[in-house]
Design a protein around this ligand. Structure first.
Ligand SMILES: Nc1ncnc2c1ncn2[C@@H]1O[C@H](COP(=O)(O)OP(=O)(O)OP(=O)(O)O)[C@@H](O)[C@H]1O
Ligand SMILES: [Mg+2]
Length: 460
């Protein structure tokens, strides 16, 4: 019952094109059927009327000529009212006495004059009669003949005929509805296809929607949408170029500032000046890191040139990554361990793989406490190769877990030095190469586990 109501609710949608078309079509067909039936009622009514009048006249003439007069065959009320049988009356020549009648129960006197007329014998709907009074014969003593037929029967006959004419149009209705249903369904299917195409677009490099199966009436909309997508693409490219150019332009002067600061260190007097100098140096390092992250990001957003894929030994790559980040580990006195129980090979661009693991290990080193512990493990789980990066830092609040992959998102209160771009860069690079990053707070103590699922089963 509930299901039925839900179904009906789904069917009756006043804003649906299909509902509106169906309603209009039903109305049109019903009006068409009624109008056709009405016109045929008028036309056939006339035809039936004239034909039956002719028959009445012929019957009357066949009795009028008889000498001695023929005795009409009796009819019962069923024949007279339902089957429209003619009631024949034979009157005396002076019209005063009814000599014979095929249905004596009908007491209609001989009408004065001759020809056709209508008359009523009561108030019921079937008490109306068509009467034909034959003209008197040439001899004065010839009997007079009058023929009657039930008018209600004549009307019913005309109506039946007219309804039969309207029937084909009414019968066409289900076929027309089915056809309309199929056409509208096909059109909405192709619209849903377009909607799916739109939904599956990558917002950074949207591609034009296909016009192949789109109905002609909807093609202009899809065309306009493609035009808009073109503008989005070019706006996005402009923004990406701007970020790239700005980061590029900033890189050289920032490197020069870094060098100047290094040279200056020996000349800074001890005390408060050294503290200020250290802060300045940290700021410059942070700015340099941000510039590098922005450059990686804009390189990732650039339309994909086919980057050379090569067979990369993940164990070797991880060792390189760890040793390159050793400077950071030493500065924060973090104990870094590496364990590899398998040696998987992944077929991908080396720079992309580096950007995945560098960012995860960098986070572990950055967010672990001073003197903390970071472990990088390469092993297999249920036949799949994974890389785990574990730290003993604060972990990530569950509420922020989904957002840490967003660009520029940083957990409030996170240790300074980051730009909020590392995980976004790592995730894009991972997904492009069939890998998946999973972040999980460690259950058995503080810290975060970043797990990378490698695309291949572990080799040897
Ligand atoms: N290992 C971790 N432990 C605790 N918090 C983390 C860890 N890794 C990431 N986060 C949180 O997630 C946020 C986003 O990390 P992400 O690497 O994207 O940016 P970032 O480290 O701030 O800057 P960037 O990596 O660009 O230098 C971080 O700011 C931090 O709050
Ligand atoms: Mg980071």
């Amino acid at each position: 019952m509930k299901d039925g109501a839900a179904q009906a609710g789904r069917w009756w949608r006043p804003h649906s094109l299909r509902t509106q078309l169906l309603l209009w079509l039903i109305t049109l067909h019903l009006v068409g059927a009624v109008v056709t039936a009405w016109f045929s009622f008028l036309a056939y009514g006339n035809l039936v009327h004239n034909a039956l009048d002719d028959q009445m006249r012929l019957v009357a003439e066949s009795y009028a000529g008889g000498d001695p007069p023929k005795i009409p065959r009796a009819v019962d009320s069923e024949a007279a009212f339902t089957r429209g049988a003619f009631v024949v009356q034979i009157w005396s020549a002076d019209g005063m006495a009814l000599r014979a009648s095929s249905y004596p129960a009908l007491t209609v006197p001989l009408q004065s004059g001759q020809g056709f007329r209508n008359l009523r014998t009561g108030t019921q709907s079937n008490a109306s009669w068509r009467v034909f009074t034959a003209e008197p014969g040439p001899r004065a003593d010839q009997p007079r003949v009058q023929v009657l037929q039930n008018e209600d029967y004549r009307r019913r006959r005309a109506l039946r005929r007219a309804l039969l004419e309207g029937l084909p149009i009414a019968l066409l209705l289900p076929a027309a509805l089915l056809m309309l249903w199929l056409i509208v369904s096909a059109a909405s299917r192709s619209l849903r296809g377009v909607a799916r195409d739109v939904a599956s677009q990558d917002e950074r490099s949207p591609t034009d929607l296909s016009l192949a199966r789109v109905p002609e009436e909807i093609a202009p909309l899809v065309g306009a949408f493609n035009h808009l997508l073109g503008r989005v693409r070019s706006a996005f490219a402009t923004q990406r170029r701007f970020v790239q150019d700005a980061a590029h332009e900033l890189r050289t002067p920032m490197a020069a500032i870094g060098l100047q600061i290094e040279n200056l260190r020996a000349h800074v007097p001890a005390g408060e000046a050294t503290d200020r100098f250290n802060q300045l140096e940290a700021g410059v390092t942070r700015a340099q890191h941000l510039i590098e992250q922005l450059l990686s990001l804009s390189r990732q957003d650039a339309p994909q040139r086919a980057m050379a894929r090569e067979a990369i030994d993940i164990e070797v790559l991880l060792r390189e990554s760890v040793s390159q980040l050793m400077v950071l580990a030493d500065a924060r006195r973090v104990d870094v361990g590496f364990e590899g129980s398998i040696t998987p090979v992944v077929f991908a661009p080396a720079a992309e793989l580096r950007s995945v693991f560098d960012n995860l290990i960098d986070n572990a080193l950055r967010y672990a406490p001073e003197g903390g512990v970071v472990d990088v493990r390469l092993h297999e789980i249920e036949g799949h190769a994974v890389v785990d990066v574990l730290d003993n830092g604060p972990g990530i609040p569950e509420a922020a877990m989904d957002r840490v992959f967003d660009r520029f998102f940083r957990v409030p209160g996170a240790a300074a030095g980051g730009s909020g771009l590392g995980l976004a860069i790592a995730q894009t690079a991972a997904e492009r190469n069939g890998m998946r990053i999973e972040l999980r707070n460690r259950g058995n103590g503080p810290g975060l586990m970043a797990r990378v699922h490698l695309p291949l089963p572990p080799a040897g």
